[in-house]
Design a protein around this ligand. Sequence first.
Ligand code: 7PJ
Length: 288
Amino acid sequence: MKLIISNNKKVDLTFPKVMGILNVTPDSFFDGGKYNKVSCAVDRVFYMIKNGATFIDIGGESTRPGSDIVEEEEEMDRVIPIIEALASRFDTIISVNTSRTLVMKQSLLVGAHLINDVRCFSEKGSLDVISKFRIPICLVHMKGTPKTMQRKPKYNNIISEIKDFFSEKISYFELHGINKSKLLLDPGFGFGKTVSHNYDLLSNLKEFNCFELPILVGMSRKSMISKFLNVSFDKCMLGSITCAVIAAMQGAKIIRTHDVKETMDALHIVSYILKKSNKFNNKDTNKC
Ligand code: 7PJ
């Protein structure tokens, strides 16, 4: 499986890759406030690339549960100078975590390659921007909004509901001129899910391979780990890597993480295991 970023940029997704998280918000729950200066962000990204990150995901709005909305101008001021600095220095794939049409457009103009919108391109005009720039996009499942999503989320069958969501979105985007090959799917760990829902998802993640699109997962230091283990966010690295391994063994292709180096170590072993198991056992696809 390959992801075409642009005419001269492709990512081989035969084996899982890492997306390093760069939060440029003052209030993110784990690393908020650390990388909001351009030079600190550049240093951090250099470190992540050196340790094996293929993608860098930049976010200027915290979407943690209960977080408030950030003004558009504030979000622009946080992310645009950093994207510009990164695009001129590194050959990495720059993903922007935003729901704002203007932020998408400006980010793409200064060198971003991918848009990751947890609100699934619901803002007016965003579809026009992504279709004009022909960039890959990540479709994330979320029930509610970051402000409300953790107020008793309920599902009858979380797997089939998220499959229906993906089917509907894929058709919608195709209908609006976006090639299916530009889509990444993310079941949205922590976005309108209880701890138990998140583990329902993780234990059945391979079900989403039926779409034959790359699956991206973000579980790094989320409450599904801290609450389950009853530890603080800073003690969640091993739990996060365990979840990353479980996802990658089921075919997840992009692992969004705060801990690039440690996740890469784990994924090197996962890739070797997948390679060896493929030698004996062909195709593990299922139908939707
Ligand atoms: C995710 C994300 C995720 C994608 C965040 C955090 C909260 N984007 N942005 N998937 N999570 N695609 O990092 O804890 O799971 S923000």
